[in-house]
Each structure stands twice: as structure tokens, then as C-alpha cells.
Ligand binder design. Structure first.
Ligand code: CIR
Length: 258
């Protein structure tokens, strides 16, 4: 049977020191962040996902953004080499966690860099954003890892936001959603549905019509609800101050036969 597990990683005491690139730094309330992270995990579990906690990395302020450390395609986990040097120590415990869950493990090698936040999978198509964190060698290594498994890898430039998935994600039917001012190449995505808020571009597919979304995107949630989806809203304000979004707080593992 296909698995329904999701990796998550508890935020550490240094969370407030997390990287900010496109935003002004704002004070992060760490206890509130922890409560928001617990509620995020509760929302996953309430919709049938078994959450698997990666061992915390308390020296790494950004470790809670676990999505950036691994890309899954079928049963293969590509352990990334994050573009930000301060994030590179995050990967070893993630590697151990996915290996223990039965994934085959592959790696992005130096000098390539790749952040999981730059990788959007829609069926067998994998969009990869070449931007501030993912370089050309990282894109090549992603292709080398997944094209032999049947993926079609499509590279797109990313400049306006931190990661590709800060700009666009996809609905269950494959429609790409994004807030147009922040999508560098709208024409790369067909079909494309504009949403009215930046954080409205971020959905985690919970199963069926349910979409995990940030509470900061009420108008986008209303739009999607009107299209027959069922948004499940979580407040992740403290992570948004660090350029995090709902997608980056977990990695869903759907193709492990365990
Ligand atoms: N996939 C993501 O959107 N990750 C967010 C990472 C935020 C973190 N502060 C960073 O700059 O790396």
C-alpha cells in the first residue's frame, strides 16, 4: 500500500536567527512559532498523514524548513546540497530518516546546489527553479537523478522570490497557482490560475479536495473554496517572517511501500 507519511522537523531555539533574503527582518516569537508548528502537525495528522519527526538540528536556525533538504520522486530521496551554507548541516539527519523509512537515497554533490523549495512536482513533471539557492549544476543533478526514473524535468528561472515554490504550487488537477507579480515566467505554466495573495500561492495537497493553506491568504482560500476545494487554514505567521510557507514545513512521502 502507498504510504501517507510526512516528514516534519521541530523548530529549534535559534529559529529567530533564520535567514531572510527578500524580506525585512521581523522579530520572531519562538514560543508562538512552536505552537504554530504543533498545530501544523495536528492538521496533517487530522487528515490522515502520519508525521515522522526528523531529529531536531538545534544549531541550525532554518532546520524546521525541512522541505529544502530532500526531494522525493517515487521511492527515491535526493538529499539536497542547500544553496545557503548555513543550511548544509541540516541534511544528515534527514538522510538517516528517509533511509530508515525505506527510501533509496541519492545525493546532490558539490559544487551543485539545490533547495527542495525550488522543486515542484506535478505528476511526472518536475519543475525546478534556478534562482538564488539552486544553481545550474543542481538542476543537472536533479535531471540525472530523476529522468532515468521517468520524470520530465523543466527548469525555470526564479528571481523575485526565494524559491520556485514561494511563487507557485499546484492544485490536485495540476493547475499551477501563483500570485502573478511574483511569478517570473507565468508562460512556463499551463494551465495557470492567478491568486490574489502571495501566500495564497502555497498549497499542500492533503488528499481529495483538501488543501492546507496559510491563514494569511483568506481571499485565495475563498477563491479556491468557490472552485470546489476545501482549504484547511493554519496560522504560520512566525515562519512567514523567515520566508517560510506551508509547503516548506513538511515533506510528504507517498510512494514508499512500507
Ligand atoms: N522551501 C521554503 O520555502 N523554505 C523556506 C526557507 C526559509 C529560510 N529562512 C531560508 O532562507 O532558507
Amino acid at each position: 500500500m502507498a504510504s501517507k507519511k510526512a516528514l516534519i522537523r521541530r523548530p529549534g531555539p535559534r529559529l529567530a536567527e533564520g535567514l531572510v533574503t527578500h524580506l525585512e527582518r521581523a522579530a520572531v516569537d519562538v514560543p508562538l512559532a512552536l505552537a504554530q508548528w504543533e498545530a501544523y502537525g495536528d492538521a496533517l495528522r487530522a487528515h490522515g498523514w502520519e508525521t515522522v519527526e526528523v531529529e531536531p538540528a538545534d544549531d541550525c536556525p532554518d532546520a524546521v524548513f525541512v522541505e529544502d533538504t530532500v526531494v522525493m520522486f517515487r521511492n527515491v530521496a535526493l538529499i539536497t546540497r542547500p544553496g545557503a551554507e548555513s543550511r548544509r548541516p541540516e541534511t544528515s539527519a534527514v538522510e538517516q530518516a528517509v533511509a530508515e523509512l525505506g527510501a533509496s537515497v541519492n545525493w546532490v554533490w558539490e559544487p551543485g546546489t539545490l533547495d527542495g523549495g525550488d522543486v515542484l512536482k506535478i505528476g511526472d513533471t518536475i519543475y525546478v527553479g534556478r534562482g538564488g539557492r539552486t544553481d545550474a549544476a543542481g538542476v543537472q543533478q536533479l535531471r540525472a537523478a530523476f529522468e532515468p526514473l521517468g520524470a520530465r524535468v523543466v527548469a525555470v528561472p526564479v528571481a523575485s522570490v526565494l524559491h520556485l515554490k514561494s511563487a507557485v504550487t499546484a492544485l490536485p488537477d495540476g493547475t499551477v497557482i501563483g500570485h502573478p507579480p511574483l511569478v517570473d515566467t507565468v508562460s512556463a505554466f499551463t494551465p495557470f490560475l492567478p491568486v490574489p495573495e502571495e501566500s495564497g500561492a502555497h498549497v499542500v495537497l492533503l488528499g481529495g479536495a483538501k488543501l492546507l493553506m496559510a491563514a494569511s491568504a483568506p481571499k485565495s482560500a475563498e477563491l479556491l473554496s468557490d472552485l470546489g476545494y476545501e482549504p484547511v487554514l493554519v496560522d504560520i505567521s512566525e515562519f512567514e517572517k523567515l520566508e517560510g510557507c506551508v509547503t516548506c514545513l513538511s515533506v510528504r512521502l507517498r510512494d514508499l511501500y512500507v
